[in-house]
Design a protein around this ligand. Structure first.
Ligand code: BEZ
Length: 210
């Protein structure tokens, strides 16, 4: 059964570019982005890992640890990371799981047999500090992911965890938000003393809470 939203992300111990890694211990109290790569020495993955290495300060700012996975052994990852640094101008600054026996890939349902029996699809799991899966994404091997979009979703998750708002289509940090339908107008007066705009009784927008 595939992992679903709000399921607990399973713990594991596996080899990585930073040595044997115990997932829960490594994650600590942070949010986590766990993302898989079909195979080492593949072109799209090479660009993805370079982009994530460059974006690491943005993940850090949000209290998010990033961790990649590919179904090859750690010595293969070591050679590949030299290529990533050379071609992408960014050194791997987060661990890459060496899932040589596909233990983690199977645990997280990252192998989709009708796509490939041997390679993982491009899975993404955003996991919160209580280990709940808050987002899942599955991309085909031929399409590189948009990691700015992941940051945007994390901004939304962290904001909507703190305030009784949701974020509209194409929302980005600083844009107006939506007051969740379960909040009555009476409650909204308390929660949003600066006021809001009622487009319809079910569609009320408000400045992004601080
Ligand atoms: C890639 O990462 O470049 C890739 C992997 C598998 C199939 C196609 C592309």
């Amino acid at each position: 059964m595939a992992l679903q939203l709000n399921d607990i992300a399973p713990d594991f111990t596996q080899d990585s570019t930073e040595g044997p890694l115990r997932f829960y211990e490594w994650a600590g109290d942070s949010w986590v982005v766990l993302f898989s790569h079909p195979k080492d020495y593949t072109p799209v993955c090479t660009t993805e890992l370079g982009v994530v290495a460059k974006l690491k300060p943005e993940f850090d700012k949000r209290g998010v640890k990033v961790i990649g996975l590919s179904v090859d052994p750690a010595d293969s990852h070591a050679g590949w990371s030299r290529d990533i640094e050379e071609t992408q101008g960014a050194k791997l600054n987060f661990p890459l799981i060496a899932d040589h026996d596909r233990k983690v890939s199977d645990l997280y349902g990252m192998i989709h047999p009708n796509a490939s029996d041997t390679m993982t699809v491009r899975s993404v799991f955003v996991i919160d500090p209580s280990r709940k899966v808050r987002l899942t994404l599955t991309y085909p091997a031929s399409t590189g992911r948009n990691f700015d979009e992941l940051l945007r979703v994390i901004d939304s998750l962290q904001l909507t965890d703190r305030h009784k708002v949701a974020t509209p289509a194409n929302w980005k940090h600083g844009d107006d938000c939506i007051i969740v339908p379960s909040v009555t107008n009476e409650q909204a007066k308390e929660l949003f003393p600066g006021g809001w705009t009622e487009h319809k009784p079910y569609l009320r927008t408000v400045k992004q809470p601080a």
